[in-house]
Unconditional design. Structure first.
Length: 210
């Protein structure tokens, strides 16, 4: 689904229009305390909209992780054009399986990624474990109409015999996983479809970083 054709199309759109509204809001919220000299981990980063914005704001570098080689190639191409590809590591594959190979980062982002993964605790826990300071994510709201809409999408996918599925994980359960790792919510914004939330590492324990 996330092939070269889609990656090229989204990269052209990004170059012409910039990041979408939700992505801009996520970056603003994550960067509220400054990003100068910080490292980042962008999980499911697509063509790299978040990465490019953080680098423009003075981030030191970081990791772009994505299951799609086409999207990683697009993100790298844009970073090469901007002159900082050598400061970003590109990790391809299932993030939960490869998380042990990834360095912890000051800023961790998951922009509409959790809804593409069946094992929410595994993905969110792996991301939280690698968060030094701030984690920001955008997930579907757990409303009845979102669940109904996703059920229709998945029914269509099954009819097409396409393996990709969408998931509406309970926002409270997502927050509970993050709390296990000492991350507490400091910002939230909800729209009709999406819920944006930013968490910070507290001083009251939680599982330790590895």
């Amino acid at each position: 689904m996330f092939d070269e054709k889609m990656a090229r199309r989204q990269l052209r759109h990004y170059r012409r229009m910039g990041p979408g509204k939700g992505t801009r809001q996520l970056v603003e919220a994550v960067a509220a305390d400054g990003v100068e000299g910080c490292t980042f981990l962008d999980i499911g980063g697509g063509v790299g909209a978040i990465q490019h914005d953080l680098m423009d704001r003075g981030a030191a570098g970081g990791t772009s992780a994505d299951a799609s080689p086409a999207y990683l190639a697009a993100a790298r191409a844009e970073a090469e054009t901007r002159g900082y590809a050598d400061r970003i590591r590109y990790v391809e594959g299932d993030f939960v399986e490869r998380a042990g190979e990834v360095d912890a980062a000051d800023l961790v982002t998951l922009d509409r990624v959790v809804c593409c993964y069946p094992d929410m605790p595994g993905l969110v826990g792996a991301a939280a474990r690698l968060t030094r300071r701030t984690l920001g994510l955008v997930i579907p709201r757990g409303t009845w109409y979102m669940r109904a809409g996703v059920a229709i999408v998945n029914l269509f996918q099954r009819w097409r015999r396409h393996p990709f599925r969408v998931y509406v994980h309970d926002p409270g359960e997502v927050e509970a996983v993050l709390a296990e790792f000492g991350l507490r919510r400091r910002h939230m914004r909800e729209g009709v479809v999406w819920r944006l939330a930013v968490f910070e590492r507290g001083g009251d324990g939680g599982r330790t970083l590895t």
